[in-house]
Each structure stands twice: as structure tokens, then as C-alpha cells.
Design a protein around this ligand. Structure first.
Ligand code: PLP
Length: 365
């Protein structure tokens, strides 16, 4: 029998969450952002739930090929554009739209031989200082691109650094608006946080994390507030129990010491499965649908959980690391990935992307 750990991808939740993006930006078209293998969910599995999107945004060319192999004929946007000149050949062949964020990419386009002019998204660095042309250089980049026979339509794009936090988007929005107000073309500005929190009106919103059922601004708001459903469950089982006496310690480094008699369970899940090793004691977890916490350090293949709230639990009991758990007294149980991430000092994004290849993953309702 394989180890009992597995990940489930909830296809109907993906579709539901995409609907939330549409409701939050009713006049926009929606890019489903599926970079990083659809935030760890798998492009093919995610596609089943997100095929109602207007387009798919990602950055790995091999992932774009996988989408075309699924027979997706609609728009695909490369969020970082091309990495080297010959990537443009794949863009021509697969009709990929691509971001242009630097001078070099304009030069590659100018030298590219193609029958089919490309649709490009010209990116502005409006304050994030990662990719894009500075506002003062934006117009001249647009003029050069616009003069190229290799270029068809030019859309305008930027990315927010603080859409999820107190600084907000206004400072970047005004830099973008000032430098682009008289340029034609569709606009793409908003990630999940900007879409949900700021309700920005632009032509193409880029919905990533919200599609997967994690709140972009947790703990300010949670998935219930935004009406999102978890798209991934990571679950396993207890493979042992231990009865601790006061003073007994648990795991490597003896970081946890029992204060009183305490029963714990050992779960087949560790950092080699993608569970965060940084999670200290009392990171939330469900056992048979009942919320409890971890005890001691996470090791490679195992972690320990407090069984005080679930005295009936034993070997084989169901453990939910995040997502949907078994019903308790007829009521469904749920542990949001954001709760786990927050306790472990990280974000839902990192946890879902980190589920390890050794964890079997499959689609579920
Ligand atoms: C990843 C990414 C997004 C999606 O962001 P979320 O916070 O996951 O919604 C949008 N735009 C760009 C450029 C990205 O790289």
C-alpha cells in the first residue's frame, strides 16, 4: 500500500472561484493565471475547472505548449515574455501573446521573421521595480514597438506591489495613468488582490491566487469573506499514536515538551511532501475533521499532532493538512490553506506551489 498522503484538486471550486473573479470585475475579461503548474494544481487538472476563462497567463513556454495540447485555442499570455530570441518562434507557431518588458525584447522582435504579427503587452514598471519600462521611457518603447511590422496590437500592463496591503495601488495607478492616458490599447492591471480589494476597472484582470481558493490579503480577509472555495486538499492519515507523560518531548531537537499526560498522533506527512518545516507547534490541522494542532518539529516524512480534542482517533484516522476534511456530526469540516500558511509564517501561494512530486495528486469534485 502506498503512503496514505494525497492531494485532491477540486475542479468545481476552481470554476466557482473564477466566477468570483468575473463578479468582482464584471466588465473585464479574465486571465486565469496558471503559472507554476497552476500554482501546484497541475495545468491539465486546473484547465478542467478554469476553461471558462477568457485566456490563460503563465510564464513557462513548456506550460504554454501543454495548454495548446489540451486544445485551448484562445489567448495565452507569457507574463515574462521571451527569455531569448528563438522563443519568438514558438510564440509565432502557437500564437502566444507575450509581455515586452525590456529593450532587449524589442530588439529580438525587430529581428524576428514572421508572417503573423504578434499581440504584445507592453509592461510598465510603475513602482514594483521588477519588470517593465519606467514611466518616462514607456512612450518611446511604445512608439518603437508600434513601428514594427512584427507587432500587431499593443496592450498596456503593469503590476502592483501592495494591492493586498495598506499602501494600496494609488501611487502606481497614478504613475501608470499619467504615462499612458493618451495611448490606445487594452489595459491589464489587476492581480487577485487588486481585483477583489480595489475593484479596478481594466480590460483584462489577472486572477491567480483567488482562483485556487486562497485569500490574497489574509489575514485582513479570509476566503469566506471573498466567497472563495479551496481548490486543493492535502490529506493523509495517522500511522501511529504515542502516550506522553509530563516532561516527555516530541521529535527532533525536543522542541516540544508535554506539560501533562497527552496523547499524540503521528501523521504520514513531512517536509519532503511539501509541508512547511517552519511550522512550529500548534499549526492548525484536522484529525477526523476536528481542529487540533501540530506538536514539535516537522520531520522529512512525518509530523505529530495533539489528539487531546479527538480522543477516539487512532491509526488510520483521517488527517487534513489543508482543504476539506470529513464531516463531523453531519457538518462539513474545512481548514483554509491560509490558516496553515499564516501559522507557518508564509502565504498560501507558497504552500500550494510546494506540494512535492512524490505526493499523488488527482482531480475530485
Ligand atoms: C502571478 C501574477 C499574477 C497573479 O497574481 P495573484 O496574486 O496570484 O492573483 C498577476 N500578474 C502577474 C504579472 C503575475 O506574475
Amino acid at each position: 500500500m502506498p503512503r496514505p498522503i494525497e492531494a485532491l484538486v477540486h475542479v468545481s471550486a476552481l470554476a466557482h472561484n473564477l466566477g468570483r473573479a468575473r463578479a468582482a470585475a464584471p466588465d473585464a475579461r479574465v486571465w486565469a493565471v496558471v503559472k507554476a503548474n497552476a500554482y501546484g494544481h497541475g495545468i491539465e487538472r486546473a484547465f478542467a475547472g478554469l476553461r471558462g476563462a477568457d485566456g490563460f497567463a503563465l510564464l513557462d513556454l513548456a506550460e504554454a505548449e501543454r495548454l495548446r495540447a489540451l486544445d485551448w485555442r484562445g489567448p495565452i499570455l507569457l507574463l515574462e515574455g521571451c527569455f531569448e530570441p528563438r522563443d519568438l518562434e514558438l510564440c509565432s507557431r502557437l500564437q502566444l501573446w507575450h509581455v515586452v518588458h525590456c529593450e532587449e525584447q524589442i530588439g529580438w522582435l525587430a529581428a524576428h521573421k514572421t508572417q503573423q504579427p504578434h499581440r504584445v503587452f507592453l509592461k510598465m514598471n510603475s513602482g514594483m521595480n521588477r519588470l517593465g519600462f519606467m514611466p518616462a521611457a514607456f512612450r518611446s518603447a511604445w512608439v518603437r514597438l508600434n513601428a514594427l511590422p512584427q507587432v500587431d496590437e499593443i496592450s498596456l500592463m503593469t503590476h502592483f506591489s501592495d494591492a493586498d496591503g495598506p499602501r494600496g495601488v494609488d501611487h502606481q495607478l497614478s504613475a501608470f495613468a499619467a504615462a499612458t492616458h493618451d495611448l490606445p490599447g487594452e489595459r491589464s492591471l489587476s492581480n487577485s488582490a487588486a481585483t477583489l480589494r480595489h475593484g479596478l476597472n481594466n480590460d483584462w484582470v489577472r486572477a491567480g491566487i483567488m482562483a485556487y481558493g486562497s485569500a490574497p490579503d489574509f489575514p485582513s480577509h479570509d476566503i469566506h469573506h471573498w466567497g472563495l472555495q479551496p481548490a486543493m486538499t492535502l490529506r493523509s492519515r495517522l500511522i501511529a499514536t504515542q502516550q506522553l507523560q509530563p516532561g516527555d518531548t516530541v521529535g527532533y531537537g525536543s522542541s516540544y515538551t508535554a506539560q501533562q499526560a497527552q496523547r499524540i498522533g503521528i501523521v504520514a506527512c513531512g517536509y519532503a511532501d511539501g509541508y512547511p518545516r517552519h511550522a512550529g507547534s500548534d499549526t492548525p490541522v484536522l484529525v477526523d475533521g476536528v481542529r487540533t494542532g501540530t506538536v514539535g518539529r516537522v520531520s522529512m516524512d512525518m509530523l505529530a499532532v495533539d489528539l487531546t480534542p479527538v480522543p477516539q482517533a487512532g491509526v488510520g484516522s483521517k488527517v487534513t493538512l489543508w482543504g476539506h476534511g470529513p464531516a463531523v456530526d453531519g457538518a462539513p469540516s474545512l481548514l483554509a490553506i491560509d490558516d496553515v500558511a499564516h501559522a507557518a509564517g508564509t502565504i498560501g501561494y507558497e504552500l500550494m506551489c510546494a506540494v512535492a512530486p512524490r505526493v499523488p495528486i488527482r482531480s475530485a469534485e
